[in-house]
Structures are given as structure tokens and as C-alpha cells.
Design a protein around this ligand. Structure first.
Ligand code: NAD
Length: 319
């Protein structure tokens, strides 16, 4: 009987979905943090992967693997070339999480602009004798939202922007003329976006060309009171340059769900800055969305176990 290893955990891939595969395979759960994971990997045919790095060294320990079903849409943790060379399918979960990530993006924008987290702390700490005054926030009305990467998530962020009185500009390596009129969004060059936006929101995948896409040069171009929002991947922003730019007041603030190193190391300078709102990589973390992601993983693994082509192969493996 074939074997499916779930590295993504029961909270993400619940037992009842595992039960749905058990007519075709044994399904085992193991945390990538445990030594037993490597043991289980040795004779696994399928892997439902969380954030574990799947590279050549990893694959050497998994000689029987036929599919890596990544629990998520981003697959920068998987070396697709190495998998392809070994005939291993790589799938992901596109689309089903876009709304949840867009909701969080707007949550971060509003939290940053209105000081919601700071105000929550203020109330819990006894309202500081009612006399302490928090800095005033900023309106969204009349502002420009710049979306970097108008893909599935970028589009959902733009959709939600329709409910706010903001102008939306975007940059992408592909122009989305199909959306420009219907959504009232405008394509601009990357540098123009950085210069004109009050809110810069990042929605690109982490690939070699987007690593440190935003660094010292880009912060220099941004408005002094602009904020940067990142719900894509940490390394898309040069975090050291971000800290410096915030300290020097080159930009107004940052709202981040992702970091160059996760978890963010204790005592990191970002956490000491008042102009930041920080979340712990919770973009897709809702009950409904995680369920949908798990179902997509199950469909892909089931197809593989039945000898069919999994429906959600990553673009590099689509014919
Ligand atoms: P997508 O592929 O639909 O969209 C990405 C867009 O970025 C595409 O339109 C692409 O053309 C564009 N792009 C690529 N390189 C670019 C560049 N250099 N400049 C401008 N645009 C560029 O992907 P998606 O489904 O929208 O997901 C985007 C990313 O969000 C994922 O790759 C993942 O890393 C991240 N994500 C994070 C969370 C979270 O929990 N915070 C959850 C889901 C996804």
C-alpha cells in the first residue's frame, strides 16, 4: 500500500480528509521538526508539505516520493527543478486563499493607518488615566493604493478597494488591461507606483527576480508618509533596509505578515518600532480557507494515487 506523509499538521489537514484517502494509502502525520519525520519520509509516496524546504538534500531522503502537494499557493520552499528532474509532481493551492489574504491585507492597512493595535494596548493598560493621547491616524479617503503584483491576491485586494475611496494603481510584469476599465485600476511603471502611492502593497511570488525587490533604493523613492504592506513573502523586502528607512523616517510605516526569518527572532528591531504592525504569517489562516486548501491538497494527492495527473500542478510543470 502507498504511503502519504502529512507534514502540514492536523490543524491544516484534518483527519477526516486523511480518512478519505485511506482506501488508497496509509496516511501518517509527522512534524518536520521531529526526527521521526525523516524516518517516515524514507518510504513515503506522497507528501503534503507545510513550510519545510524541499530541495535536493531533502529529496535524497525520500527516494519513493511521487508528489509534493504544497499546502499553500507559494511554493518558494520547494525546488521545482529538482522535483521535475526526479519525476516528482509539485502541486499547490491557487485561488482558494486569495480572499483570506486580501482581507488580512486590508486589516493590516487599516490597523497601521488607524493605530488599532496600539489603541487596543492603550485600553488594556488602563487607558493611561484617560489623559494620554495617541497619535492621530490617517484617512484612506483620497489616498492612492499601489498594488505590486496584480495576480490572484492582488485582484482581490483591488476588489476590496472599491469599497474605499482610494485610487488604485498597479505594476506587474504582465499588464492586466482586461481589468483596468472594469475595476478602475491604472497600470504604472514600478518606480512611478513607488513615487505616487500612499499605501504600497506587495503581492508577488518569491522568485529570484523578486528577492529584495524592495530595498533602500525603493524606500528612497516612496513618499515620506507612505506605508508598505507585505503579505507575500518576507525576502521580497530587504528587511535591514526597511528597518533603516523606518528609523530615518524615509517612509511612514510598515504592516507585515511575513519576514525574512520566521518566526521573527526575539528582540528584532522591527518589533521595537512604533510605526509597524506585525502579524505571524496568518494570511490564509481562517477555518474556511484552510479547509478549502486541505481539500485541494486531498484532490491532488488522490489523483496521484489513482495514477492520474494532479489538477493543480505548479505552472513550471504544466504542459
Ligand atoms: P499569482 O501568481 O496569481 O500572482 C502573482 C503576480 O505577481 C502575477 O501577476 C505576476 O505576474 C506578478 N509578478 C511576478 N513578478 C513580478 C515583479 N517582479 N513585479 C511585479 N509583479 C510581478 O500569485 P497569488 O496567488 O496572487 O499569490 C502571490 C503570493 O502571495 C504567493 O506566491 C505567496 O508567496 C504569497 N502568499 C502569502 C500568504 C500569507 O499567508 N501571507 C498566503 C498566500 C499567498
Amino acid at each position: 500500500m502507498k504511503k502519504v506523509l502529512v507534514g502540514a499538521g492536523k490543524i491544516n489537514f484534518p483527519e477526516e480528509l486523511a480518512d478519505g484517502l485511506r482506501d488508497l494509502a496509509e496516511v501518517v502525520y509527522e512534524s518536520p521538526r521531529e526526527e521521526a519525520y525523516i524516518e517516515e519520509l524514507r518510504d513515503a509516496d506522497a507528501l503534503i508539505a507545510g513550510m519545510e524546504t524541499v530541495d535536493d538534500a531533502f529529496l535524497d531522503k525520500a527516494p519513493g516520493l511521487g508528489i509534493v502537494a504544497r499546502f499553500g499557493v507559494g511554493y518558494d520552499s520547494v525546488d521545482v527543478g529538482a522535483c521535475t528532474k526526479r519525476g516528482i509532481h509539485v502541486t499547490h493551492t491557487p485561488g482558494v486563499l486569495s480572499g483570506a489574504v486580501a482581507d488580512l491585507t486590508w486589516g493590516l492597512i487599516l490597523s497601521q493607518m488607524r493605530g488599532i493595535v496600539e489603541s487596543d494596548g492603550h485600553v488594556r493598560e488602563g487607558w493611561a488615566g484617560r489623559t494620554r493621547r495617541l497619535p492621530l491616524g490617517a484617512d484612506t479617503e483620497g489616498k492612492t493604493l499601489g498594488i505590486v503584483g496584480m495576480g490572484r491576491i492582488g485582484v482581490e485586494v483591488a476588489k476590496r478597494a472599491q469599497g474605499f475611496d482610494v485610487d488604485v494603481v498597479y505594476s506587474d510584469v504582465y499588464r492586466r488591461e482586461d481589468l483596468e476599465e472594469s475595476m478602475g485600476i491604472k497600470f504604472v511603471e514600478f518606480d512611478e507606483l513607488l513615487k505616487s502611492a500612499d499605501i504600497v502593497s506587495i503581492h508577488v511570488p518569491l522568485i529570484p527576480s523578486t528577492r529584495h525587490l524592495i530595498g533602500a533604493r525603493e524606500f528612497e523613492l516612496m513618499k515620506e508618509d507612505a506605508i508598505i504592506v507585505n503579505t507575500s513573502r518576507g525576502p521580497v523586502i530587504d528587511q535591514a533596509a526597511l528597518v533603516e528607512s523606518l528609523k530615518e523616517g524615509k517612509i511612514g510605516g510598515a504592516a507585515l505578515d511575513v519576514f525574512e526569518e520566521e518566526p521573527l527572532p526575539a528582540g528584532d528591531e522591527l518589533a521595537g518600532l512604533g510605526s509597524t504592525v506585525l502579524a505571524s504569517h496568518i494570511g490564509s489562516a481562517t477555518v474556511e480557507t484552510r479547509r478549502k486548501m486541505a481539500e485541494v491538497c486531498a484532490v491532488n494527492v488522490r489523483a496521484f494515487l489513482e495514477g492520474k495527473t494532479p489538477p493543480n500542478l505548479v505552472p513550471e510543470q504544466r504542459k
